[in-house]
Design a binder for this molecule. Structure first.
Ligand SMILES: O=P(O)(O)OC[C@H](O)CO
Length: 421
């Protein structure tokens, strides 16, 4: 079979090509896991290939999907799920689950809730994350704030930001990357839906559901912090934001738990990790699963697909998930991993790794926290990002928010029309 063996003769191995988007410490951790899989058996050789960011690799997949150039497995960010299903070029993993009655119930419920679409698993969860709030404990202490009690609400963040700015020369309070994912998470955390029709899960979404006070509150919060000069603007650039936090330019920021090791390992001060905030007039509902899952190409030889499935199962084992969790800050999709010695040992030095897990486990399972499904969500993110950036650059928050709502509605209409709905 073309492309499915290494052609070295003798005991030919089945080759699995695995496209991923893990850079930095996560790439190191991933390469190690792939090597250990390859060494653990003689029949399958997984070749892991970095294909750029999630945003870069998905269009690459679509351009080769269904051809022999398609990888066996591709890692796709959560919001790429509908576009993968609609492509027709994937083999739903439900087929393999059914064939061997593989038990998915051992995996974290919040995670399987996200990936269970109409009772089917199309992809295998692997690297799941949610945002957390990182904060500089030393700066909290210097400002007379309790480093063990990070602010919980927007209002508490504003107040802490003011105290920190006064006590730490030149330091700003809070940074929010203009990143649509963070907006979606802040919305869900106060019980807000992104899209109508139950976040696009009971029926195809026809308009936004965030055009209310919950959605608006995020823009207004940022505007207040800009006005009192406690907000630090890094635009859409996450690397600059992390660098700014590490160099003491800003005391708090929100980002994926996947950044945990990077931040903890590189900070010259004590890093605190807290839950993401909510407005004081709302209740905390929790977070939506982010990160990515593993998709299998349709149309590959049976042996290659079976090999890919074997590798996916390996990736979900408690041992591997424990290693992955402590090496990055991603969740263990298999919660048995948290009891593994490697996780228990890591928590002694880095108790911060446990915050994301606690935040996920404290999440109320609702439509809001199950997250939205629609193939146009990547576009929604871009619209929100442009709108947030305009607020960072001085635009009125209400005006920017209203404009974003209109634009996302237009994009939803367009997407539905293109599909003939
Ligand atoms: O950076 P990650 O892997 O935590 O993913 C964040 C978002 O969920 C991607 O859509």
């Amino acid at each position: 079979a073309c492309g499915s063996s290494d052609g070295t003769g003798g005991d030919e191995k089945t080759i699995v090509t695995f496209w991923h988007s893990m850079g930095g410490p996560a790439q190191v951790a991933l390469d190690q896991i792939v090597s250990s899989y390859n060494e653990s058996q003689d029949e399958v050789q997984v070749n892991a290939e970095f294909q750029g960011t999630y945003e870069e690799s998905l269009p690459k997949f679509h351009s080769v999907g269904g051809t022999e150039d398609a990888p066996t497995i591709i890692q796709v960010q959560e919001i790429g799920s509908m576009s993968m299903i609609n492509s027709g070029n994937i083999e739903p993993i439900q087929r393999f689950i059914d064939e061997e009655e593989y038990d998915m119930s051992g995996l974290e419920e919040n995670i399987t809730n996200y990936y269970n679409i109409d009772g089917q698993f199309y992809s295998m969860p692997f690297n799941s994350s949610t945002p957390v709030m990182y904060y500089n404990k030393d700066a909290f202490e210097a400002a007379g704030l309790d480093p063990e009690a990070p602010p919980q609400t927007y209002e508490e963040i504003e107040a802490a930001g003011q105290t920190i700015a006064e006590a730490n020369d030149g330091m700003r309070g809070f940074a929010l990357q203009a990143y649509g994912w963070l907006f979606e998470e802040l919305l869900a955390n106060q019980g807000g839906h992104l899209l109508n029709n139950d976040n696009g899960r009971s029926d195809l979404a026809t308009e936004v559901a965030f055009d209310d006070e919950k959605g608006r509150s995020i823009f207004k919060w940022v505007e207040r912090m800009i006005e009192d000069e406690t907000f630090m603007n890094y635009g859409t650039n996450s690397d600059n934001m992390v660098a700014g936090f590490l160099s003491g330019e800003v005391a708090m920021f929100m980002q994926s738990s996947a950044q945990s090791r990077d931040v903890i390992d590189n900070a010259p001060f004590e890093v605190g990790v807290g839950f993401i905030p909510y407005p004081e007039q709302e209740e905390r509902e929790g977070v939506v699963i982010g990160g990515a899952s593993l998709w299998m190409s349709a149309g590959k030889e049976d042996a290659e697909q079976e090999a890919a499935w074997d590798f996916m199962k390996y990736m979900a084992t408690p041992e591997i998930q424990a290693e992955w969790h402590v090496g990055t800050g991603y969740f263990a999709i298999n919660p048995a991993a948290y009891d593994e010695q490697v996780a228990q040992d890591a928590y002694v030095d880095m108790p911060q790794l446990q915050t994301a897990v606690q935040q996920l486990q404290a999440t109320t399972p609702t439509v809001a926290t199950q997250g939205a499904l629609m193939d146009m969500i990547p576009e929604e993110r871009k619209i929100i990002e442009t709108a947030l950036e305009s607020v960072y650059n001085g635009e009125n928050a209400d005006a920017a928010f209203d404009e974003a709502v209109n634009q996302v509605n237009a994009a939803i209409e367009q997407a539905n029309k293109a599909r003939g709905n």
